[in-house]
Design a protein around this ligand. Structure first.
Ligand code: AMP
Ligand code: MN
Ligand code: MN
Length: 316
């Protein structure tokens, strides 16, 4: 059921303990929103634990509080008890088993994905917000919380990562005002971007191998790297690879397809014009108009063929 941000703030302010969770394969916005909110709640004298059903990239060690995050996969049977589960940056179907392991708890969901399925008990959705972290910033204002460095580092990271460091079309004047306030509260943009961008020598070699697979299709409007399992199994991360594809001149839709396991492909898309969220939703995934993803249960060649068919129909 959809509620306003004020109603969400009201529910939070009268409760005492929270489990905060986010989508699997957590990105900067998921982790930054979760940890930012944890510090906001703790500042209000409440208890909050972040639990994620996945591991995260070591580049996120810059985030205050990251060492306190519980990876459910390390102890899959662990059950949690609190007044509410707060699910950020995703719908219920993308958070793995965390909600199952929080028996009888109501779910408060805060998100900015147009594709949110509204299945949580209470949902505040703002599909125009560039990042969930920007919504958490607004929530902190409603809750009249003062920002400190811990909150600032996390919310800045969330806003920065989902806006491509304030370059994508989702960036608003308000986002920059919020980010500036996070800087005033102690976030250091240079330190954060250095920490997030650093890559190992092996990963850069992996990037070179990945770029060898690049293919242009649909008259140059689509460019993709399609990585077979043999390449994927040796990569630590593919974070940022798609950014090399999306800058090719004339390309509207950029694709990164990874065969994560034989017969299971994970696809990421970025676009300049075409609605890639609609494409991702037709493949069982979701996302935003210009950044979306899905998982396709097919071998790489077949998944690629299916994806290109759907993209071809959707191209503007
Ligand atoms: P990614 O390509 O993984 O960076 O994802 C791009 C955007 O689409 C992010 O906002 C994701 O949260 C969203 N997204 C990716 N995969 C899915 C999915 N299977 N379902 C819903 N949203 C997704
Ligand atoms: Mn996310
Ligand atoms: Mn997000």
């Amino acid at each position: 059921m959809k509620i306003s941000l004020e109603e969400m703030a009201q529910k939070i302010s009268v409760a005492n303990s929270f489990i905060i969770t986010v989508h699997v394969n957590p990105d900067g916005d998921a982790l930054g929103s979760a940890l930012g909110l944890k510090f906001i709640l703790e500042g209000m004298g409440k208890e909050a634990k972040v639990v994620i059903d996945d591991k995260w990239d070591k580049n996120f060690s810059i985030l205050s509080g990251i060492e306190s995050v519980i990876n459910l996969q390390e102890n899959p049977e662990e059950k949690f008890k609190a007044d509410y589960v707060i699910l950020l940056d995703a719908s219920i179907d993308r958070c793995g088993k965390v909600i199952e392991n929080c028996p009888d708890m109501k779910v408060l969901n805060i998100d900015h994905h147009v594709s949110n399925d509204d299945k949580a008990d209470f949902l505040y959705l703002d599909a125009d917000a560039p990042a969930t972290a920007e919504i958490i910033y607004r929530l902190a204002k409603v809750l009249k919380v003062e920002f400190n460095t811990e909150i600032a580092v996390n919310l800045y990271t969330g806003m920065a990562t989902d806006t491509g460091f304030f370059r994508y079309s989702n960036t608003k004047p308000y986002t920059m005002i919020a980010a500036a306030e996070m800087m005033e509260a102690g976030a250091k943009p240079n330190k954060i971007s250095e920490a997030l961008e650093v890559k190992s020598y092996e990963t850069i070699k992996g990037l070179a191998a990945a770029m060898q697979t690049i293919e242009i299709s649909e008259n140059g409007k689509v460019a993709g790297v399609y990585l077979p399992y043999e390449i994927v199994k040796d990569l630590d991360t593919t974070e940022g690879f798609i950014d090399q594809v999306r800058i090719i001149e004339g390309v509207d839709v950029a694709v990164l397809m990874k065969e994560k396991e034989p017969n299971l492909c994970r696809v990421s898309m970025r676009s300049k014009e075409t609605n890639v969220s609609a494409i991702a939703q037709s493949l069982g995934g979701g996302g935003h108009i210009r950044a979306a993803g899905a998982t396709i249960e097919l071998p790489l060649d077949e998944a690629k063929k299916k994806l290109l068919e759907v993209i071809n129909e959707a191209l503007v």
